[in-house]
Design a protein around this ligand. Sequence first.
Ligand SMILES: [Zn+2]
Length: 412
Amino acid sequence: MSEIIWLTNVKLETGDRQVGNGEYVTETGCFHLKIEDGRIAEIKQAGQTSELLGKQVDMAGKLAVPAFKEMHNHLDKTYMTLDWKAVTPVSSLVERLQMESEELVELAVSTEQRATKMIETLLNKGATHIRTHVNIDPYIGLKNLEGVKAALESFKGKVTHEIVAFPQHGLLRDDVPKLMREAMRSGATMVGGLDPAGIDGSIERSLYEVMAIATESDSAIDIHLHDGGSVGYYTVDKWIEIVEDAGYKGRTALSHAFCLGDVSASQQQVIAQRLADQGVAIMSTVPINLNRTLPPIELLDRNGVNVHFGCDGFYDSWSPYGTGDVLEKVTRYCEMYGKKDERSLRYALKYVTQGITPLDNGGNQVWPQVNDKADFVFFEAASTAEVVARKPKNRWVMVAGQLVSSPVENYS
Ligand SMILES: [Zn+2]
């Protein structure tokens, strides 16, 4: 029989009510959660007199929030643990790729060490699931995949993951399709792609090749798409068609997809419905870039498209910035789009929790439920709206009812 743990004095959101001029405030209560086999077995209101049998862990009134999922990252690229290095200026994406290719061999030696530091950082901030892209390219072949796999292995039981074989330097060149197939046999769990027009120079051939590799290995797909304007829009349109023909509904994602923000509102509406119909998710890293428009996240969400956020690669040859806090992406999104009230702040948490929020749109409690996995981030906060707006630094991360990270060990 597995150990029974009672998490006592857990603050849960229970509803909301209108006050004053119609604004909402979140209501909370204090509960004891019984954890068995890593799942919630019982939820009991605090103050009830019955005895709690088993080990007790006092959460001292901290607010429980669903654990985060980091849905777009590059564990193999970071410079973390190495000496400080700023980014070398370049004038185009092609030059940036050239620059990266020159240091890949040198960096591949320390992939496991660098990735380990990055996973630790993401986990300490609350992410217990990571979707990472890993370079599969003509310069280092599968070397980064090996390093990233080893790093993720050491977090088994704490962090779940998906590894996307990512043709960063183009798919339709050299023996990359062969390397990609090898990667799928060697531990990669998803197939990636990159700018079918901008990098591969052939939209249809590139997309069909991605789908061919995926169907051969029965794997899901996540494609980087920076191609903008009507070229990008055409690519998305074509992709939806390919997904439908292949029977791949619900198994693909497009990352970045800036092009969706470049087209007219009526085109956005049409494509959003088609994306929703075929279950094509959109991954955004909510970047600050004054020259690019973000995809219309709110419109996509309203039309039923699954939108997820990720930190992207950070502190690497592409950018010296980034903290590894996926919650920060939600805060930024809310700030950029003027989300300031309790309900809209609370709602936005869904972009880093695979859609889960403690309260639904009507303010009814929907999480946590008995039988849910006991994966949480605890905060000293009044509500998830405060968590989203203020992104408190102190976090207690719990996986299957076990504390895997706490501020004491991280910041003292
Ligand atoms: Zn990326």
